[in-house]
Design a protein around this ligand. Structure first.
Ligand code: FPP
Length: 224
């Protein structure tokens, strides 16, 4: 049975869910946040130590301003209301991506990270303004600046995900088979699960089924 240390998730399908239910895309995002909370609970139940969630990509800035504002309001309220609880549950929050938001959001993110930095039960890497290619470019620049060797260890060290083991599995909901500039270096040997359901329909049972399937996979890493 494979042990699971790190699950990464592309939470796709909120917009379509909102429209499908004859409501707005934003309603899909609101519903999606409930699933985030459920997935955190299930991740803890399964004793998994790292959970990386793709919440906003460098490409998502192309969306209408109204939707972007809605997403960041959702994030702000989530952190204001839940960070104390996350902290009590011994959960560490780490932002991966470039923090160049409004001063209010940047402060809130930094305060939330600082408050939870010593926690050990689960680390949540929240990918915000995240893009794998820009993360890699940033790492190469730091390697150059610090005059260290280009090798796997150093590249991993200068990524936002340093000190995080590579994901054992990557899940993408929403019936789309692409990686969308997410963790391209880190998922070199991850098992990938494409889930048909839209993110707001992804329930605890669906998540558990994937975890169970993963545990039974024979992982060869190039060997036989
Ligand atoms: C992708 O679905 C989802 C996003 C870009 C946002 C993800 C946000 C959440 C799950 C809720 C907020 C989370 C936090 C932590 C505040 P999409 O909108 O691209 O869906 P579509 O493919 O149907 O258009």
């Amino acid at each position: 049975m494979n042990h699971i240390r790190h699950v990464a998730i592309i939470m796709d399908g909120n917009g379509r869910w909102g429209i499908k239910h004859k409501k707005s895309r934003n309603l899909g995002h609101r519903e999606g946040l409930k699933i985030v909370e459920q997935v955190i609970k299930t991740t803890i139940k399964n004793k998994i130590k790292f959970l990386t969630l793709y919440a906003f990509s460098t490409e998502n800035w192309k969306r209408p301003k109204k939707e972007i504002n809605f997403l960041f309001n959702l994030l702000e309220n989530f952190l204001l209301n839940k960070i104390t609880d996350l902290n009590k549950q011994n959960i560490k929050l780490k932002i991966i991506g470039k923090k160049n938001f409004s001063r209010k959001i940047n402060n809130l993110l930094s305060v939330s990270e600082k408050k939870t930095m010593k926690n050990k039960r689960l680390q949540i890497n929240l990918a915000l303004n995240y893009g794998s290619k820009s993360e890699l470019i940033n790492a190469f620049k730091l390697i150059q600046k610090n005059k260290v060797k280009i090798n796997e260890k150093n590249i991993s060290k200068y990524l936002f995900t340093n000190n995080t083991p590579d994901p054992d599995l990557l899940i993408r909901t929403g019936n789309t088979k692409r990686l969308s500039n997410f963790l391209l270096w880190q998922i070199a040997y991850s098992e990938i699960f494409f889930e048909k359901k839209l993110w707001p329909d992804f329930k605890e049972n669906d998540y558990n089924k994937i975890l169970e399937k993963f545990k039974k996979i024979k992982r060869n890493y190039g060997n036989i």
